[in-house]
Design a protein. Structure first.
Length: 317
C-alpha cells in the first residue's frame, strides 16, 4: 500500500449523506437498548437476541434478492464470513451475559472501547493513519460518553468487574467484526451477504446460549413486546446493520466507528422520555465533548482532495 493510498484512506471525510445515515443509525441503536429493556418482562435477553436474528435473516434474503445479491456465489467470502459470524454471535453472548453482573450504564461505556480497537486495527491492517488530533478526538468522545452515563460509580465488586470484562470482550469482538468486513473479501460482497453470514451463524450460537442459561418464555408476549421484537428484527438488524456494512465498505472504518459514540447519548435521551430517567447538566457537557471529538476525528486533511461520494457505488453492488 502506497503512502498516497494511506493518506487518502485516513483523510477522506464523511459525506453529508453518510453523516445523516450515521445519525439515523446511532439514534436507532440508542433506542434499541430501551426496546430490549421493555421486552425483558416477556422474553429473556438471550432468547430475544436469538429471535431477533431468526427474524432478520429472511429480511436480509428478501432485500438481497430485490437488489440482485448472489448469496451462494463462490467469491472467496466463506471463511471470513464464517469468522465474522462466529464473532458476531459470541459478541452478543458476552454482552447479554455481562449485563447480568454489571449495570447498563457501565456496560454502555465499556462497550464503546470498540472505536479505539477499530482505530488501532485500521492502522495495523488497513493503513488508515490517525493523527494526534484524531486520537485526541476519540479520547474526548469516550470521555463524553463516560460523563453522560455517570462513571465512575460506587459499589463495584468482583462480579461487577467480571461483567465489565465481558462487555469489553463484546466491544472488542464488535470492532474485530468491523475490521474483518473491511480488510477481507467481504468488503467486495453485497452488504446483505456480509451481514447474512453473521446473522445466520448467530442463530445457533445464541440459541445454544439461551438453552444453557435455562431461558424460557413463560407466557404469551404482549402486543408491545411483539411489536418491539419486529422492530429489532426487521429494522435494527435487517435494515440498519445492512446500511452500516454498506458504509464500512465505502468509508474509513476508524472514522465511522468513532461516530458510534453518539449512540449512548441518544440512549440517555430516549431513557429520559420513555423510561423517565433523570438528565443532568453533565449530559450537556458530555454532548459537547462527543461533538468536539467527532469533529477532530473527521476533520479532513488539507492535503487530500475529497472524492465523490463512494456510498452511492457501495450500495449498488
Amino acid at each position: 500500500m502506497s503512502s498516497k493510498q494511506v493518506i487518502s484512506s485516513a483523510g477522506r471525510p464523511l459525506s453529508p449523506g453518510a453523516i445523516a445515515l450515521m445519525l439515523m443509525l446511532c439514534f436507532t441503536w440508542g433506542f434499541n437498548q430501551i426496546a430490549v429493556k421493555l421486552v425483558l418482562p416477556d422474553i429473556p435477553p438471550m432468547l430475544q437476541a436469538c429471535i431477533r436474528s431468526a427474524g432478520a435473516l429472511p429480511v436480509l434474503l428478501l432485500i438481497g434478492r430485490l437488489r440482485g445479491a448472489r448469496f451462494f456465489e463462490r467469491d472467496g467470502t466463506l471463511w471470513p464470513g464464517l469468522l465474522a459470524g462466529l464473532m458476531f454471535g459470541i459478541e452478543f453472548v458476552l454482552i447479554y451475559q455481562g449485563l447480568r453482573f454489571t449495570t447498563a450504564s457501565r456496560a454502555v461505556v465499556f462497550l464503546y472501547c470498540a472505536p479505539f480497537v477499530v482505530a488501532l486495527g485500521s492502522f495495523q491492517l488497513l493503513g488508515e493513519r490517525l493523527g494526534a488530533a484524531q486520537w485526541g478526538g476519540l479520547a474526548l468522545s469516550f470521555l463524553g460518553v463516560a460523563l453522560a452515563i455517570g462513571v465512575p460509580q460506587a459499589d463495584v465488586d468482583s462480579k461487577v468487574l467480571l461483567g465489565d470484562l465481558m462487555i469489553v470482550g463484546g466491544g472488542i469482538l464488535w470492532a474485530a467484526t468491523t475490521l474483518v468486513a473491511k480488510a477481507s473479501k467481504l468488503r467486495f460482497a453485497p452488504p446483505e451477504k456480509a451481514l447474512g453470514y453473521q446473522v445466520a451463524l448467530s442463530i445457533p450460537i445464541l440459541g445454544l446460549a439461551a438453552w444453557l442459561s435455562g431461558e424460557t418464555i413463560t407466557h404469551p408476549p404482549s402486543l408491545l413486546s411483539t411489536s418491539l421484537m419486529a422492530f429489532q428484527a426487521v429494522w435494527v438488524v435487517g435494515t440498519t446493520f445492512t446500511l452500516w456494512f454498506a458504509l464500512v465498505k465505502a468509508y474509513s472504518a476508524s472514522k465511522l466507528s468513532a461516530f458510534t459514540f453518539i449512540t449512548p447519548l441518544f440512549g440517555v435521551v430516549a431513557s429520559y422520555f420513555i423510561m423517565h430517567d433523570r438528565l443532568s447538566l453533565a449530559f450537556g457537557a458530555a454532548a459537547l465533548l462527543v461533538i468536539a471529538g467527532l469533529f477532530l476525528v473527521n476533520r479532513p486533511s488539507p492535503t487530500v482532495a475529497v472524492p465523490s461520494d463512494p456510498l452511492l457505488n457501495a450500495t449498488k453492488t
